[in-house]
Design a protein around this ligand. Structure first.
Ligand code: AMP
Ligand code: ZN
Ligand code: FE
Ligand code: FE
Length: 289
């Protein structure tokens, strides 16, 4: 079987609509995908509807950003996209993102690289993020490519960068579980930590209700994925994989990228699906703060 459990659509900073994404995944021969937009579940239901006649399974999903200077992303699988608390949280985060985007645009103007907030807003449609600012910088001729815009202006430490407001991992996990979902740490390699330090953090988050780790992601080289797999097994965490695809034009790898090496995809997705079922059946999940 083929699965890709980390995909973005136009509901956040992806370039394909939920319909285009599901068509593409079905054509590429996937059996199961998850739509995991940043702070939005708006693409999930239409993706499900489009995928049904194509024989493609779509897991509901979301990607929440935690941390401040260091970004920690938590994926939620099997969440109820209509859950009131999770929707309210996402709405608040989107408002914060809009304010943050304005601040980034102001900084860029001060740097002599003006872009208009209206244009960024138009490009974003749903959730505003740095990729939209980067695309506006390219359009205005201030950068040759999105990756150059990130390198010069938008990465942490660069003059146009504004951090997000901090959210604790425990809080994100609590919201995801409260919405009937399973919480998974996204792309652990992007935390750029040593193995021992990462494991002690992951161990702590597990005690707060984290259920899994995204072992297979383009950020993990083969040797990293191997080490993460062993860590997940030691810590009793579910193993997942996703390409973090944002659309071809985003130039960050294709759908399914880095997932051919996910040899245990069948058993891992089965375990994930049964964990979702268990979680969804619990009316209340107690999480230590
Ligand atoms: P934000 O949520 O506004 O902090 O933006 C984060 C998003 O920007 C990530 O999910 C990626 O889609 C994208 N991104 C991060 N770094 C880069 C990069 N170097 N080049 C292109 N896109 C990036
Ligand atoms: Zn993104
Ligand atoms: Fe992420
Ligand atoms: Fe992502």
């Amino acid at each position: 079987m083929r699965a890709d459990l980390h995909l973005h659509t136009t509901a956040s900073d992806g370039l394909l609509t939920p319909e285009q994404l599901t068509e593409k995944a079905a054509q590429a021969g996937f059996d199961l995908i998850a739509v995991t937009d940043h702070d939005s579940m708006d693409g999930v239901e239409s993706a499900r509807a489009f995928a049904k006649p194509l024989g493609l399974g779509v897991l509901t999903g979301v990607e929440l950003s935690c941390g401040a200077q260091k970004e920690i992303h938590i994926l939620g699988y099997g969440i109820d996209p209509q859950n009131a608390a999770l929707r309210a949280f996402c709405r608040e985060r989107r408002a914060q993102r809009a304010a943050r985007t304005e601040e980034m645009v102001n900084r860029l103007c001060a740097l002599g690289k003006p872009v208009s907030v209206e244009r960024v807003r138009e490009m974003a449609r749903g959730v505003m993020g740095r990729p939209h600012v980067a695309r506006a910088l390219v359009e205005a001729g201030h950068a040759a490519s999105v990756s150059e815009a990130f390198e010069r202006y938008l990465k942490p430490g660069k003059p146009g960068y504004v951090p997000k407001e901090d959210v604790r991992v425990a809080e994100a996990v609590r919201l995801i579980r409260g919405a009937g979902g399973v919480a998974v740490l996204a792309h652990p390699m992007e935390l750029k930590m040593g193995e021992t330090a990462l494991e002690s953090l992951v161990h702590e988050w597990k005690s707060q209700g984290l259920s899994g780790m995204e072992v297979y992601h383009p950020s993990a080289q083969n040797n990293h994925a191997h080490a993460l797999y062993q860590m997940a097994r030691r810590e009793g965490l579910l193993v997942t994989g996703g390409s973090d695809f944002h659309g071809e034009a985003a130039h960050r790898g294709g759908i399914g990228e880095g997932l051919d090496r996910w040899r245990t995809v069948q058993e891992d997705t089965t375990a994930l699906l049964s964990a979702i079922k268990d979680c969804s059946m619990k009316t209340e999940v107690k999480v230590r703060d």
